[in-house]
Design a binder for this molecule. Structure first.
Ligand SMILES: Cc1cc2nc3c(=O)[nH]c(=O)nc-3n(C[C@H](O)[C@H](O)[C@H](O)COP(=O)(O)O)c2cc1C
Length: 168
């Protein structure tokens, strides 16, 4: 199963459309729209790493999503780039994945598709890819990264083509 976490606050815009195009090509997949998940950021309390044994102390929509994410073969982060990062909505979900145990990450594929107003060859995509590679190495996952410019509708068409090639 592929779990897509869509990080745009803008419903139906470029990042959502990329995420939905990806979902269409993935047989067994679901999307969580981070903006719709009522949940708090990680508190760094360490409960999940001690007494909680992989369970987050906070009970909200994100902890419910986490139970499904645990069972996924692939986790796919789709997010617009805000200030050289994923959005706050996406990051909130990513941080809460801290509760997952090392063996629960095993064998998972990590897909990251980021879009921004920059041109496709902008340095930000290289930087972000390197950053997610570090994360993938840490959790021992295979990283599949795509960074695309979605400056306008024309650029978006190009981004969609790139996504289709990426899925192949
Ligand atoms: C707060 C904010 C920060 C942004 N920072 C960046 C950035 O660092 N790099 C970039 O390429 N685009 C940046 N953008 C542009 C968005 O990534 C771009 O508009 C994208 O298409 C938004 O995705 P969406 O259409 O799914 O909402 C920023 C936009 C906002 C609102």
């Amino acid at each position: 199963m592929t779990v897509i976490i869509a990080g745009s606050p803008r419903k139906g815009m470029y990042s959502d459309r990329l995420a939905e195009a990806y979902k269409e090509k993935k047989e067994n997949s679901i999307i969580f729209y981070a903006r719709n998940l009522k949940g708090a950021p990680c508190k760094g309390c360490g409960y999940c790493k001690s007494k909680g044994n992989g369970i987050c102390v906070q009970k909200d929509d994100i902890s419910k999503a986490l139970e499904i994410i645990r069972k996924a073969d692939e986790i796919a982060f789709f997010s617009p780039i805000y200030w050289w990062q994923v959005t706050a909505q996406e990051k909130t979900v990513i941080d809460r994945l801290y509760a997952m145990k090392e063996d629960e990450w095993k064998g998972k594929k990590l897909t990251v598709v980021l879009n921004g107003a920059a041109e496709d060859d902008d340095k930000e995509f290289t930087l972000l890819k390197e950053q997610f590679q570090e994360m993938a190495d840490y959790i021992k996952a295979d990283l599949h990264f795509l960074g695309v410019g979605t400056t306008d509708d024309k650029a978006f068409e190009n981004a969609l083509n790139k996504l289709n090639e990426f899925i192949m």
